[in-house]
Ligand binder design. Structure first.
Ligand code: SF4
Length: 301
C-alpha cells in the first residue's frame, strides 16, 4: 500500500510554541494552569495532565499560587484586562496569528466601518476575537452573507482555520453588500498549505485517513474537504482506532492512502497511524498470497 502524508500535517507553529512554553515552565518546576483547552487533542491533553498541568475552564477556578498560561485560541479582551487588574502571573500562549485578528479589529475601532468575522461563532478563537471590537458580527454561511443589509464600508476577517474556498465564496457575495469592501485574509498559512495539499491528494488515493480530535475545528474542516473529494474518508480520533476489525475489513481492497492530521495532532500519532497501516497491509498481502497458494494447490493435484 502506498502511504502519503499530507503536507503540514500535525502540530502547527502556534501549537508547538504553546507546548514549548508549557513544557519550559514544567522543566523549571513551575506549577502551571492552562486557561481553556490548550489544543483540541485528547492525547496531547492527557500528556499534559500526566505532568500535573491542570486545565481550567473558568477564571473563577484560578489558583493564584500557579502560573497561568493562556491557550493558543486566545481569551476575551475583558478577561485579559481582569488578569492584568488582579495582578495575575500569566503567560500568553495565544498564537501570534490569532493575536493578529485582535490587532486588526482594535485598529478598525475608530474607523467608520462594519466589522465581520467569517467563522464559527461558538469557537473559542472567534468568541475571543469578537470581543476586541464593540460591534463585530460573525457569519459562517452564504445564506447569512446574502441576508446582510447594505453597508457603506465592510471589513471582513476570517477565522484562522477557515477553508479558503468557503471564505472566498462568502467574500464574493459580500462585494454586493458594501460600498467599500476591505478583505483581511487572516487564514493562517499552515492551514492553507494543508488544505490545498489534501484537495490535490484526496481524489488520487483509494482512501483518506483524517487524524485528530473531533472537537478540533481545523481537523473537521480537513475531513469535510477530503470527504467532498473522496467518499472513502475516515475521521479517526486516535491512531489505535485503525486496528478496528470493521475498518480493516473495509480497506482490504485499497492500495493507496493519504493521511492528513489537524494542527493539534501530535507527531507520534501520525507515525503510529503509518505503522498500523503498514502492518495491516502486510497481513492483507499475506492472507491474499496464502489464498492464492491454496487455490494453486487445488489446480495442481
Ligand atoms: S492553526 Fe495557524 S493560527 Fe491556529 S494556532 Fe496553528 S499556526 Fe496559529
Amino acid at each position: 500500500m502506498k502511504i502519503y502524508t499530507v503536507k503540514e500535517s500535525g502540530f502547527c507553529f502556534g501549537v508547538k510554541r504553546a507546548l514549548n512554553i508549557i513544557y519550559g515552565l514544567n522543566e523549571q518546576k513551575q506549577d502551571t494552569q492552562i486557561y481553556g483547552q490548550l489544543i483540541h487533542n485528547k492525547t496531547a491533553l492527557d500528556q499534559l495532565e500526566a505532568k500535573g498541568i491542570e486545565t481550567i475552564q473558568s477564571l473563577d477556578r484560578l489558583d493564584p499560587r500557579k502560573k497561568l498560561v493562556i491557550r493558543t485560541h486566545g481569551i476575551k479582551k475583558d478577561e485579559e484586562e481582569r488578569l492584568k487588574k488582579e495582578g495575575i502571573d500569566y503567560v500568553d500562549a495565544t498564537c501570534p496569528l490569532v493575536k493578529n485578528l485582535h490587532h486588526i479589529i482594535e485598529k478598525l475601532q475608530n474607523k467608520d466601518t462594519q466589522i465581520l468575522i467569517i467563522g464559527d461563532k461558538n469557537h473559542p478563537e472567534v468568541i475571543a476575537a469578537q470581543s476586541y471590537g464593540d460591534n463585530v458580527t460573525v457569519i459562517n454561511s452564504e445564506a447569512e452573507a446574502a441576508a446582510m443589509k447594505k453597508a457603506d464600508r465592510l471589513d471582513v476577517l476570517a477565522q484562522t482555520t477557515l477553508d479558503s474556498d468557503h471564505f472566498e465564496r462568502i467574500v464574493a457575495l459580500l462585494a454586493a453588500k458594501a460600498g467599500k469592501l476591505e478583505v483581511h485574509n487572516t487564514i493562517c498559512n499552515t492551514t492553507k498549505v494543508r488544505q490545498e495539499a489534501i484537495k490535490k491528494l484526496a481524489p488520487r488515493v483509494d482512501f483518506v485517513v483524517v487524524l485528530g480530535g473531533k472537537n478540533s475545528s481545523n481537523t473537521r474542516k480537513l475531513y469535510n474537504i477530503a470527504l467532498n473529494r473522496n467518499k472513502n474518508t475516515f475521521y479517526i480520533q486516535k491512531s489505535s482506532h485503525l486496528n478496528d476489525p470493521a475498518f480493516i475489513a473495509g480497506i482490504k481492497d485499497f492500495r493507496s492512502v493519504a493521511i492528513a492530521a489537524g494542527a493539534s495532532t501530535p507527531p507520534g500519532e501520525i507515525e503510529e497511524a503509518k505503522n498500523i497501516l503498514r502492518n495491516i497491509n502486510l497481513s492483507i498481502e499475506k492472507e491474499t498470497n496464502n489464498g492464492k497458494r491454496k487455490r494453486n494447490c487445488k489446480h495442481n493435484h
